[in-house]
Design a protein around this ligand. Structure first.
Ligand code: PMP
Length: 448
């Protein structure tokens, strides 16, 4: 079967995510027949390196034999069971492992089945905690500009991506938005650390003004991924942790995108030496295999809900596929690979290679910045380098890079004007070098 056949059938019955479907009148959809390692193969025999880990989920390659094996074994025993009133081995083992991997106060795991749901759980739990503690007035959330926490109504409310949010604004709760410490915006000559410290002044002011009505501050630690891999220094998280404590406000760390080694440490928060009150994980949790998410929190939060049923203090949130056994088994196999393979060490080498491979783009007349945190590297195309003036979004320059890359065996999906790599950890140095060549060609073409 050729690509075209599946494309035609697809376009007559599907509605794709994050897509203006009319684009597919001229932009071919890519139907994938098979995945193996970093490679995706379509029905016409073309192949593509998955440079973006299929929306940042894949860690150890497609069709990873060890994760495949674990899921197949689990399938023979139990595919799914209700998690209310019932339990199963994979979910208990996974929770034990996650508690072991995180700092001691984080010792409770509440599961759901996608990142947005994990965020919703944290928002509800934080508000509900304060309510149970006799502070029902803490109903608001503080968020950073340029943040992304999902696209359900609750998560759009605490996010700040105009493209996804503006249309739905009348339906959303109103968060308190503080300017991001995004270091792309630093003064010339200013260090990431100095810039991040300076920007923290705005957060301090917001907390001082709003602490009484605020349940939690929610942040994406170190990298604001969806708004173009905008990065900041760990000192911001250090200061934030201390301030949240001082003002009696929870800290929610959304590590859905940055967890599991993406930033160079297993969790991004480690680089600041902090422990949030809520840690949210999804995406890489199952190695990119199955939908699963977890909202981790502390015993202190847990105890505020623990009481006789009639007090109505329980947290009654639920999703049908909560803690699915196949997904938990995939997650356990993923954690085993981390434990057995010295992944973080190899990643350091790969990260250095990524940095070297695209370093030349710093001198490109239309690249405003090449920035990197661990295994995430981004190149921001700009119209004017000196003033960092962006290309108008309507020109869709990133899309040209995407189209070029497809013809050069690479799946890159720039975020607006930001070309980036966030590859599966099984990528080789040679494959990274190829991606760098393709990105350079793509940026040349797109900025002409
Ligand atoms: N938080 C962050 C930081 C994310 O990057 C994402 C997904 N890109 C989400 C939340 C939402 O996750 P999901 O798409 O699984 O709902």
């Amino acid at each position: 079967m050729p690509n075209s056949e599946l494309i035609n059938r697809d376009l007559s019955v599907l509605w794709h995510p994050c897509t203006q479907m009319k684009d597919h009148e001229w932009l071919p959809l890519v139907p994938i027949r098979k995945g193996e390692g970093v490679w995706l193969q379509d029905f016409d025999g073309n192949r593509y390196i998955d440079a973006i880990s299929s929306w940042w989920v894949n860690l150890f390659g497609h069709a990873n034999p060890r994760i495949n094996h674990a899921i197949k074994q689990q399938l023979e025993e139990l595919e799914h069971v209700i998690l209310a009133g019932f339990s199963h081995r994979p979910v208990v083992e996974l929770s034990e492992r996650l508690v072991e991997l995180t700092p001691p106060p984080l010792n409770r795991c509440f599961y759901s089945d996608n990142g947005s749901a994990a965020v919703e759980v944290a928002l509800k739990m934080s508000y509900h905690y304060w309510r149970n503690q006799g502070q029902p007035g803490k109903t608001r959330f503080i968020t950073l500009s340029q943040s992304y926490h999902g696209e359900t109504l609750g998560t759009l409310g605490v996010g700040d991506v105009a493209l996804y949010k503006d249309t739905y604004r009348p339906l959303l709760m109103e968060a308190i938005t503080v300017e991001s410490p995004d270091c792309f915006m630093r003064e010339s000559g200013e260090s990431w650390e100095d810039h991040s410290r300076r920007k923290f002044g705005l957060m301090e002011a917001a907390l001082e003004r709003h602490a009484e009505e605020t349940a939690a501050v929610i942040v994406e630690p170190l990298v604001q991924c969806a708004t173009g891999m905008r990065m900041y220094h760990p000192v911001y998280l250090e200061l934030l942790r201390e301030a949240c404590e001082r003002y009696g406000v929870h800290l929610i760390a959304d590590e859905i995108a940055v967890g599991f080694g993406r930033t160079g440490t297993f969790f991004a928060c480690e680089q600041a030496g902090i422990t949030p009150d809520f840690l949210l994980l999804s995406k890489g949790l199952t190695g990119g295999y199955l939908p699963l998410a977890v909202t981790m929190t502390t015993d202190k939060v847990y105890q505020a809900f623990y009481d006789d049923y009639e007090t109505l203090r329980a947290f009654l949130h639920s999703h049908s596929y909560t803690g699915n056994p196949l997904a938990c088994r995939a997650a356990l196999a993923t954690l085993d690979i981390f434990r057995q393979d010295g992944v973080m060490k190899r990643n350091q080498r790969l990260a250095r290679h990524m940095g070297r491979a695209v370093a030349h783009l710093e001198d490109h007349p239309h690249v405003g910045e090449v920035r990197q945190t661990g295994m995430i590297i981004a190149m921001e195309m700009v119209r004017d380098k000196a003033s960092r003036t962006p290309f108008p979004w309507q020109e869709r320059r990133g899309l040209r890079v995407y189209q070029h890359a497809l013809g050069r065996e690479a799946l890159m999906r720039p975020l607006g004007n930001v070309v980036y790599f966030m590859p599966p950890y099984v990528i080789t140095e040679a494959q990274i070098s190829h991606l760098a060549t393709v990105a350079t060609e793509g940026i040349d073409l797109a900025t002409r």
